[in-house]
Ligand binder design. Sequence first.
Ligand SMILES: [Zn+2]
Length: 348
Amino acid sequence: MHRDFLSFPFDVTPVAGALARVAPGVRWLRFPLPFALDHINLWLIEEADGYALVDTGYGDATTRDLWEGVLAVLERPLTRIVLTHAHPDHIGNAAWLAQRFGIPVYASLGEYLWAHAMRDNGAGHGATSMANYFRRHGLDAVRADAQETRGNVYARGVPELPRSFLRLIDGDTLELGGRSWEVIAGYGHSAEHLAFYCAQDEVLISGDMLLPRISTNVSAPLNMPQEDAVTRYLTSVARFAALPENTLVLPSHGRPFRGAALRVRQLAAHHEARCGELVAALTQPKSAAELLPVLFPRELDRHQLMFAMGEAIAHLNHLAARGLIRPVADEGDVLRFEKTAALRPLVE
Ligand SMILES: [Zn+2]
């Protein structure tokens, strides 16, 4: 049987800081975010002596105030922290909570190290490097300068990081709340994202890798400028499509849903459509910045522009990896992409 729509078993979303039961032993906690993407879902898993927490919220005062309220009603302590990935809305309070309860943090090596690189401007990171990367991809001076003057946006949402962690890798089994959760690594959105699948209850904590309404941001990071993040992402989520039809997906943004396989098909079609639109727009060589209106017809704020550039470059890299387009640098060293000879006969 093929599901042809996504189903959302919970009509009501919990208000900020409230708890709702969504699966055996799993509670849903929703916190606000200071971005256009205005909320994040966290998951509390009941254990014998407290609650394991999956992701921690953005590390600002608003979220920490809400955390105080949640911790007051929880009555039992947090037992450990499990991170899907290192983006600020997920890792922002990990060190703060871990220190407070004296509990371990579980994460992938890729995310843990990437977090430090982003926070400390290591491994090629930093606002100036980011702005230069976007300039190379054709972003105008005004918008590139605006990215540069934002400074270290990552550090603002991640005031501190755990000094040590317990490493998880793909295929590991994590025992949480008396149940076994299979660790599923995924790529294209972040360095080494982890999702968690409980076969006993058919529950998938998908993190940012599978979201019901918006497509996960896939980006070519500034220190891997030729990364084909689209292929990485689609290859990763194909594994979710193979899970049982009835699997309840607990995403980091949006409502819990059923229909993982359908969602994966929708997303594959979405990225293929974006690629088609990009190729159609390449009537002459164009840069990622010149192609932004093709992918994102709406007005973008500075925060969205950062993701949009990463996403545009990732799609262009993907088309280049398929041999359909290729980059050419102009005298100013700005990269533009043109259709390859292989493609020309196919297009009017
Ligand atoms: Zn993320």
